[in-house]
Write a protein that binds this ligand. Structure first.
Ligand SMILES: Cc1ncc(COP(=O)(O)O)c(C=O)c1O
Length: 363
């Protein structure tokens, strides 16, 4: 059996360090917003190349806090990709804003910069761009458009730890940017965790105050805040895994390269080749018109896969009357995409086996 993911196996190399740090943090007796969070924030900002990072409870909260920090008028419109994970859209709604869908480029599954202008209205105030699957969106074009139109840009970096173009990393392009460290992410905690990165001191400060009941000084509340703090123990685990993030990315990029070689003539659509950017392959997806049959065939042969995602946001029951379509490109992606195994514990032999079975199916 080749599993799609197994978090116990993924985290096996870190177990000894996890145990040591658990003991240390437990003994120290300071569990919320202490030195582990502070150190992680500094280390994560340094890794991303930003001046500030602020730890929060999860990726959805990170997005909401980014949007709230911008102080946009209630009902302002935010452009979001039509094929994103639902959290991106929920964040816009939670912040009292209106999500407006923009279709992706079918080649890289990311927001199409050429489709931004037609989506503009007098109420548009921000672009919430997602680096889906670990591939950086076309940030130069998106930032240039935003500058031109006087719009804010927020990056949803939940799938893009370490993704970059010409040395500039995800989380360092937009005005204020959100991270998830959900356990399956390339940098994943042992529970929920998230962060915000920015170069803007004022925005960093607003998020820092809002995440802790709107309070800078205990029992004095400046703004209407929330409880969205990153735990000390999760920050300590993240610091351990951050030291080896580049190793994990190199491993995944090597497996992705092998998929590209072995599936070159296999009759599936592969991820577009990189240009000046570094794809970090949170997800390695292929597309096939008979995706469900292919998935079933792989399962019969002992290979587990996933679908990211089976339902386009516009068709989610919860989004009826909220999101407006049509979004044919998103629907094409949702109907045909299949995510292949590409975890830290997978081997080159696993990839060769997956590729062989795909070729058996498409032959
Ligand atoms: C693109 C995207 N945005 C936001 C999130 C939300 O992150 P979290 O689950 O940590 O709230 C996720 C992941 O789950 C995601 O994939």
């Amino acid at each position: 059996m080749i599993e799609y993911e197994n978090l116990g196996l993924l985290n096996a190399p870190y177990q000894k360090d996890f145990q040591d740090v658990f003991f240390k943090v437990s003994q120290r007796g300071w569990y919320i917003l202490g030195e582990e969070v502070k150190n992680f924030e500094q280390e994560w900002a340094a890794y991303c190349g930003t001046r500030f990072a602020v730890g929060v409870a999860n990726g959805l909260d990170a997005l909401v806090l980014c949007l709230r920090a911008l102080n946009l008028a209630h009902g302002s419109e935010v452009l979001v990709p039509s094929n994103t994970y639902i959290a991106t859209i929920l964040a816009v709604l939670q912040a009292g804003l209106v999500p407006v869908l923009v279709e992706p480029r079918i080649e890289d599954y990311n927001m199409d910069p050429d489709r931004l202008r037609p989506a503009l209205t007098p109420k548009t105030r921000a672009i919430l761009v997602v680096h889906l699957y670990g591939r950086l969106a076309q940030m130069e074009a998106i930032m240039a458009f935003a500058r031109d139109q006087g719009l804010y840009v927020v990056e949803d970096c939940a799938q893009a730890h370490g993704a970059e173009r010409n040395g500039k990393k995800a989380g360092a392009w937009g005005h204020v940017n959100a991270w998830s460290f959900y356990p399956t992410k390339n940098l994943g905690a042992l529970g929920d965790a998230g962060a915000v990165t920015t170069d803007d001191e004022e925005l960093a400060d607003r998020v820092r105050v809002m995440r802790n009941y709107g309070s800078r000084v205990k029992y004095y509340n400046e703004v209407v805040g929330v409880n969205s703090r990153l735990d000390e123990i999760q920050a300590a685990f993240l610091r351990i895994k951050l030291r080896r993030l580049e190793e994990l990315i190199a491993h995944k990029r090597n497996l992705a390269q092998l998929y590209h070689v072995h599936l070159a003539d296999a009759g599936v659509v592969l991820p577009e080749k990189e240009g000046q950017d570094r794809h970090v392959y949170h997800i390695f997806n292929v597309r096939h018109p008979r995706r469900d049959d292919l998935r079933e065939y792989l399962l019969e042969k002992g290979i587990k896969t996933e679908i990211h995602y089976p339902v386009a946001p516009v068709h989610q029951r919860a989004m009826q009357g909220i999101l407006k379509g049509p979004t044919p490109i998103a629907e094409e992606i949702h109907a045909t995409t299949l995510s292949l195994p590409i975890s830290g514990f997978h081997s080159e032999t696993d990839v060769e086996r997956v590729a062989d079975v795909i070729k058996e199916f498409t032959r």
